[in-house]
Write a protein that binds this ligand. Structure first.
Ligand SMILES: Cc1cc2nc3c(=O)[nH]c(=O)nc-3n(C[C@H](O)[C@H](O)[C@H](O)COP(=O)(O)OP(=O)(O)OC[C@H]3O[C@@H](n4cnc5c(N)ncnc54)[C@H](O)[C@@H]3O)c2cc1C
Length: 318
C-alpha cells in the first residue's frame, strides 16, 4: 500500500479552498511513499468538481454522484468502499466541519488510527509523522502513526494545488445501504445568521477591542464599504454580541487567508493569529508598538485607529 486518498470539501455548490490544499498535502505524501494520489469528491455537482480537482499531481479523481448535500452516513460508506477498492496507505481529509464529522467514523469503521488538525505531515519509512499545535499554537508536537492511517489537515497550512493535471476522472459506483443512512441534511445555515463566509473574502477589515464601543463599529463598516471588503473581528467583539459568530477569526473562529487583512485595534493574541497568519498582506493599526500583531504585520501603522480609519475611508472612498 503506497497510494494516498484525499477527500475534497464542498459547500453550497462550490469546492472549498481546502480541497486544493488537501491535494498538495496528499501529493507530498504520495511522493514520499512512491504512490499515486487519488482524490474523492462525494455528492454535489460532481462533473464540475471532477474537472476542477484535476490539478497537477493528481493521478485519479473519483466522483460519487449522491445528492447535493453532505451526509455523514453516505460519506462514511463511500469512503470505506473506496478504501477497500484502492487500498491507500493514507486517507486525508480537511479538518473542516464535514471532515471532522466523517473522518473519525471512517477510521473507526476501518479500524485505523487517526490524527486530526495536522499542520505538517511527513513519512519516516512506514511511519506517518504528523505535526500538531497545542496551547493555542505556543508549542508544536509530533505524533507518530505506524502503517496505514487517516489524517485531517488544518486549512491554510498547505498551499492550494494549481495547474491542470492529466488525472483520470472516474465515477465510482458506491453501493449505499439506504437503511443505514440515519441522517438527512435539509439545508445549510451559517452560525450566527447571514450568508457571509469570511474565509472566502479577498480583503478583510478586522476589528478588535480597541474599537471600545459598539457604536464605533460604524467607522469600520464605512472603511469596509470603501474597500469593497468584508468585516471580521477578534473574539471579544463577538463575545460582546457586536458581530455574529461567523465573523470571528481565530482558533475558535475561522481560519482566513485573504489577500489583505487589516487588523484594527487587535493585539495579536496567539489564538487570533492562528486564524489569520496565512493572509498574504497584513496591515495592523495599533497604538501599542509592542503589540504582537505589529511583529507579523507587513505594514504596521502605529497610531490611533480613530484617526487612521476615517482617513483611509476618505482616501479609498473618495
Ligand atoms: C481557548 C481560547 C480560544 C480563543 N479563541 C480566539 C479566537 O478564535 N479569536 C480571537 O480573536 N481570540 C480568541 N481568544 C482570545 C484571545 O486570547 C484574546 O483575548 C483576543 O484575541 C484579544 O482580542 P483583541 O486583540 O481584540 O483585544 P485586546 O487583546 O484587548 O487588544 C486590543 C488592542 O487594541 C489596541 N488599541 C486600543 N485602543 C486603540 C486605538 N484607539 N487605536 C489603535 N489601537 C488601539 C491595543 O493596543 C490592543 O493591542 C481565545 C482565547 C482562548 C483562551
Amino acid at each position: 500500500m503506497t497510494d494516498v486518498l484525499a477527500v475534497a470539501d464542498h459547500r453550497r455548490g462550490e469546492l472549498r479552498d481546502v480541497s486544493y490544499e488537501v491535494i498538495t498535502a496528499g501529493r507530498q505524501l504520495a511522493d514520499d511513499t512512491g504512490g499515486d494520489l487519488h482524490v474523492a469528491v462525494i455528492s454535489g455537482t460532481v462533473d464540475k468538481f471532477g474537472e476542477k480537482l484535476n490539478r497537477e499531481g493528481v493521478d485519479a479523481v473519483h466522483t460519487v454522484d449522491h445528492g447535493e448535500e453532505f451526509n455523514h452516513d453516505v460519506y462514511t460508506q463511500v469512503l470505506t468502499q473506496l478504501y477497500d477498492d484502492l487500498a491507500p496507505q493514507y486517507v486525508l481529509a480537511p479538518n473542516s466541519v464535514n471532515g471532522l464529522d466523517y473522518a473519525p467514523a471512517v477510521a473507526n469503521a476501518l479500524d485505523l488510527p487517526i490524527v486530526t488538525d495536522t499542520v505538517g505531515l511527513e513519512t519516516d519509512g512506514e511511519t506517518l509523522v504528523a505535526t500538531r499545535e497545542m496551547y493555542g499554537g505556543k508549542v508544536e508536537v509530533t505524533t507518530e502513526l505506524e502503517g496505514t492511517a487517516v489524517a485531517t489537515i488544518r486549512g491554510a497550512e498547505w498551499s492550494g494545488a494549481e495547474g491542470t493535471g492529466d488525472a483520470s476522472i472516474e465515477a465510482f459506483d458506491a453501493e449505499i445501504d439506504e437503511d443505514a443512512v440515519g441522517s438527512t441534511v435539509t439545508g445549510f445555515e451559517e452560525v450566527g445568521g447571514g450568508d457571509v463566509d469570511i474565509s472566502e473574502a479577498d480583503v478583510l477589515v478586522s476589528v478588535g477591542r480597541g474599537i471600545e464601543e459598539e457604536e464605533n463599529l460604524e467607522i469600520i463598516h464605512e472603511l469596509a464599504d470603501a474597500l469593497d471588503a468584508t468585516v471580521s473581528s477578534s473574539r471579544p467583539i463577538v463575545d460582546s454580541g457586536w458581530l455574529p459568530k461567523n465573523r470571528q477569526v481565530g482558533q475558535s473562529g475561522k481560519v482566513v487567508t485573504p489577500d489583505v487583512y487589516i487588523a484594527i485595534g487587535i493585539s495579536g493574541a496567539v489564538q487570533h493569529v492562528a486564524g489569520m497568519k496565512g493572509s498574504d498582506t497584513i496591515v495592523a493599526i495599533n497604538t501599542d508598538p509592542n503589540a504582537p500583531i505589529m511583529d507579523i504585520a507587513d505594514y504596521a501603522i502605529h497610531d490611533d485607529l480613530f484617526d487612521v480609519v476615517p482617513a483611509l475611508t476618505e482616501e479609498f472612498g473618495g
